[in-house]
Design a protein around this ligand. Structure first.
Ligand code: HEC
Ligand code: HEC
Ligand code: HEC
Ligand code: HEC
Ligand code: HEC
Length: 454
């Protein structure tokens, strides 16, 4: 059955690197349909003893990966209708579940019902799934290429844990970034890396210094990992998995400072303001992961002595594809019309933030017709990667001719870096609840200079 789908996909002429074939559930013990639901225990069972860890996981996106409103909308209202028109996409869309509902996937449920049906797909990325992963079918980690061994033995990060409910086993792989990369790296039907958090990490300073994902997303604290164990440790792994959905994690993730090239200017002079943006806290690029829909943009404005507020558009650097990195409301995302059966769909404003002309740090995703898309499975190419890498500092400049009619006094220039999980125009169009488009203030800075009449 799976083989037939893959063959028809190839016959349909889609590029050879099919996600469900790229080491993803086509081979190995984590392959589609190789287990039964009953092989996996429910998270509620683990709650009996691992109380804190359970309640942490319950609040994290891991437990929401199938039922969260935006996941549900994109999967059921966009991806599935698209696959219904183009059967070659069926295995690809079914493959969403390899990461978002992995228990259902290995149990052979490639088309789970919506969350209200209460199926076990709703468990999302569950305790028992993660703790019975044994390895991966190939290098690199990509497209749910896990190997699994569900059963009595739970794989963990310590030796000698004694539990009345299960066996424990130390597995080195559990502590590696490659373990996370199994679901945090994704290659689409066109062979494009549409998610590469672990690969970004691998190229950066944190991999070199041996700091895996866990250090920042599963931080350590003293305590016990189960209510029923006498063993205490100084470094119990907290199951926070906090990322884009935790404003506290996003705030301050990038530091912002700025300075003018001159502190004393006359009306009519040109002043150049430089803004430095430093990624000192993230192990990967920002934004990472679902970069097709995350937004990080810098707004700069001058507050003049006469009360005027003047928006300063960012200076062009002149690199290829730069127009995608400057906020604009040109129409984009036309491919959603095709998915929803409305070929006359004109598209939606591309960035839909308050101002055009601001720098937006992004990795643009393009559909086969070369238009911007938020459908990572319909991404045929990527634009210039203008995100902020781990420990990278980007400098943006703002060249401003001080207005002739400006009175004497102090000009305060303010910069505001903001983050949004999902493009507002897309969210409104698809009726995604507002919390997904909340603007998170990442950081701000200000600098000043004096205007004198000589
Ligand atoms: C996304 C995969 C994932 C999920 C989901 C997950 N865990 Fe873990 N868990 C890990 C990893 C990775 C570690 C080891 C962390 C380390 O050593 O850095 C771990 C560690 C643990 C430990 C040992 C903690 C310690 O430091 O001694 C326990 C107990 C545990 N998990 C139980 C659970 C329970 C119960 C759930 C569900 C409520 C759960 N886990 C969900 C990946 C996961
Ligand atoms: C079995 C697949 C799988 C594994 C293994 C996995 N993740 Fe995830 N993870 C997901 C999915 C799916 C989501 C997205 C949930 C959503 O938003 O729908 C997610 C979400 C997250 C988020 C939240 C991002 C946000 O938008 O707020 C963080 C942080 C994260 N994972 C870190 C990790 C780390 C660290 C590891 C390794 C210890 C790991 N993950 C292992 C599948 C996985
Ligand atoms: C009846 C109580 C109980 C239940 C139910 C239970 N556990 Fe445990 N578990 C323990 C105890 C006790 C330990 C040992 C903790 C220690 O001393 O480090 C443990 C340890 C672990 C470890 C850590 C292994 C390591 O490397 O330190 C993992 C992982 C784990 N359990 C996963 C699970 C999962 C997943 C479930 C649900 C399917 C579950 N447990 C259900 C009591 C329980
Ligand atoms: C040095 C600390 C650090 C390390 C190491 C790290 N992260 Fe992060 N991560 C962060 C911070 C801070 C954020 C919040 C800012 C942001 O969204 O990028 C974040 C965000 C995320 C997000 C949400 C990204 C988005 O924009 O949607 C995911 C998913 C994630 N991390 C997964 C991982 C994985 C997987 C690894 C390992 C391969 C990893 N992280 C390593 C600090 C870290
Ligand atoms: C290789 C694993 C993998 C596959 C396959 C996958 N996803 Fe995801 N997905 C993730 C991870 C990991 C995240 C979280 C990344 C982040 O937060 O930046 C995510 C995030 C998302 C989000 C954003 C959630 C939010 O609240 O911001 C949506 C929506 C989504 N996926 C839908 C899909 C759909 C639809 C498909 C199939 C066409 C799919 N995914 C296939 C791993 C995967």
């Amino acid at each position: 059955m799976r083989k037939v789908l893959i063959l028809s996909l190839l016959a349909a002429g889609i590029a050879a690197a099919v996600p469900s074939a790229a080491g993803s559930g086509e081979e190995g013990s984590g392959a589609f349909g190789t287990h039964r639901f009953d092989d996996y225990e429910r998270p509620q069972t683990c709650r009996q003893c691992h109380v804190d860890i359970y309640h942490q996981w319950e609040q994290a996106m891991m437990s929401q990966s199938f039922v969260h409103h935006w996941d549900e909308i994109e999967y059921f209202d966009l991806a599935k209708p698209h696959a219904a028109q183009d059967p070659a996409l069926e295995p690809v869309v079914s493959g969403c579940n390899g990461c978002h509902a992995p228990v259902a996937w290995v149990a052979g449920e490639g088309d789970p019902p919506p969350p209200e049906a209460g199926s076990r797909a709703n468990e999302g990325v569950s305790c028992d799934f993660c703790h019975t992963i044994t390895g991966r079918t190939g290098d690199p980690s990509v497209n749910f290429n896990y190997t699994v061994e569900p059963g009595r033995t739970k794989n963990g990060n310590r030796e000698g844990g004694a539990s009345p409910h299960h066996e424990t086993r130390y597995v080195d792989f559990v502590r590696t970034a490659e373990y996370c990369g199994i679901c945090h790296n994704e290659k689409d039907p066109y062979g494009v890396w549409v998610k590469s958090t672990q690969l970004e990490w691998k190229e950066g300073p944190y991999a070199e210094q041996g700091v895996p994902c866990h250090v920042c997303h599963m931080p350590r604290a003293p305590g016990r990992s189960a209510n029923t164990t006498p063993r205490e440790f100084p470094d119990i792994a907290q199951h926070l998995f906090h990322g884009a959905h935790d404003p506290g994690k996003v705030k301050g993730a990038i530091e912002v400072r700025m300075n003018p090239d001159n502190r004393e200017v006359e009306p009519g002079d040109i002043v150049v303001i430089s803004v430095q943006l430093f990624n000192g806290k993230c192990g990967h690029k920002v934004p990472s992961g679902s970069a097709e829909e995350r937004q990080l943009w810098l707004h700069v404005e001058a507050h003049c002595p006469d009360g005027r507020i003047i928006h300063l558009p960012v200076d062009r650097k002149g690199f290829e594809g730069e127009e995608q990195t400057i906020t604009s409301n040109e129409l984009a995302y036309q491919d959603m019309g095709m998915m929803l059966g409305d070929p006359s769909f004109a598209g939606l404003p591309r960035d839909a933030v308050e101002y055009e002309g601001d720098r937006i740090f992004c990795l643009p995703y393009f559909d086969p017709q070369g238009r911007r898309t938020i459908a990572q499975w319909n991404t045929a190419s990527l634009g210039t990667d203008y995100r902020i890498g781990p420990r990278e500092t980007k400098i943006e400049t703002y060249t401003w001719t001080v207005p002739d009619d400006l009175p004497e006094g102090t000009v305060v220039v303010r910069a505001r870096l903001s983050y949004r999980r999902l493009v507002k125009s897309v969210a409104e169009f698809l009726k995604v609840p507002e919390d997904e488009t909340e603007i998170i203030p990442v950081n701000e800075a200000e600098t000043r200079f004096e205007v004198y009449e000589y």
